[in-house]
Ligand binder design. Sequence first.
Ligand code: F6P
Length: 500
Amino acid sequence: MRAKRFSLQAGDFLLDYSKNRITEKTISLLLDLAKAANLSQKIDDLFIGKSLNSTENRPALHTALRNRSKQAIYVNQNDIMPEVRSVLQKMQDFVEKIHQQTWLGATGKPIKHIVNVGIGGSHLGPLLTTSALSQNAITDLQFHFVSNIDGTHLNHVLQKIDPETTLFIISSKSFTTLETMTHAKTIRAWLEKKLNQTNLSNHFIAVTSAIEKANAFGISADAIFPLWEWVGGRFSVWSAIGLPLALMIGMPGFYEFLDGAYEMDQHFRHTDLRSNMPVILAMLGLWYINFFQTQSYAIIPYSDQLDFLRLYLQQLDMESNGKSTTHTGTTTQYHTAPIIWGEQGCNGQHAFYQLLHQGPYFIPVDFILVAEHPHPLEGHQDILIASALSQAKALMQGKPSTHLHKAFQGNRPSNILFMPKLTSRNLGALLALYEHKTFVQGVIWDINSFDQWGVELGKELLPQILLDFQTDNANPEHDPSTMHLIQHYKKMRNSSCEKL
Ligand code: F6P
């Protein structure tokens, strides 16, 4: 049976990929491609910390953060595991202090609000995981997130919190990201005013690899949770960047999250390519991108808990593989990362599914299904899962009709990833699954999935434009369009900005 032949089990997950445009031969040829790219060796290289991030000359060792074995992992001949474990211990001590209410704010009150201040990988992991596992919360701490520089975002959060009982986590690997640092300064000034004091040490902690910069901001060493150069921002939720999750579900829950990822790591590392879930998922994605020229990929969870998954995977996939230069510096003659997008299933059905079913091109879909939900309302749960199965079936089978506008072509591929329940462990495994899928595709495309030079140019241009906003004459070297827009903005902007 095709459904059996083209299904895989890894841990709690069933992947049914039988609705794809494949035969046994397709899979075997795709795996030949993987072998030709030396994939098995590259997987080993990833885990043992070879310098796979070639443009920055460093390993990508997010797997070390969830290495739950006793095995040492070396970077420059030093075993990094003792340091990893010591940061986990530091997280544990901190979480206990907050939970036991022995960590008090400047006016002697216990912490009730946690505000994560960060962007990109320093935001999306904490946002996704705390939203996905909120039913596992063991405290009534309130969690808030500030990422976007738009003042509306920060204002909105500040209105919901009580300064006396709020802890701000300044999450930034580099501690230079403009949005995060601007927020941090604004928040500090706001707190000083609200609490009428300058000793705010118990209201700020930092997660960063730039310890000195965090110190210079006024955060002392004991309130800094270190990160390492070998952890990429979009792979950092397993580190102290995951503190909001640890604070929400407690360290035992956080360890389960790491366990789930570790189990997926073991599956990825030790399972033959034909039965390897990240590998199969990657090769199917690549099949459509490189052999059918698809440019888009939909991630559709039928689960409210996974609402933010598409945003998380957008950064993971598009920042990792949205590249056109190979390791050796040549331009790729093939497409790489697709445009990742999506939405919760039932909402999508009443919005963009029209295009999925009858649009002029096909878009491969991953449907992510959770059998048991935390709030199973009678009648709702079965409708939810039946909806996903009906949509996947309709995409695959289509329906002929003499009325063209009522005809469905069918043969539109999708994967179904089914899990019994969204536990901490399964969430860890799910994120690790997609990390490895992304890595495999990067290997086949011969690109470095661990750098992100494409985000730099815009950042470089920004200071000059900011300066032009503040001076009468804009830099004459701007192109006419930018010059025109700078002048336009200067005429329209608020004459005075609010100080919080
Ligand atoms: O600009 C992109 C980026 O560097 C991401 O890769 C990263 O996750 C994000 O910015 C935030 O960086 P940081 O943690 O250094 O503030």
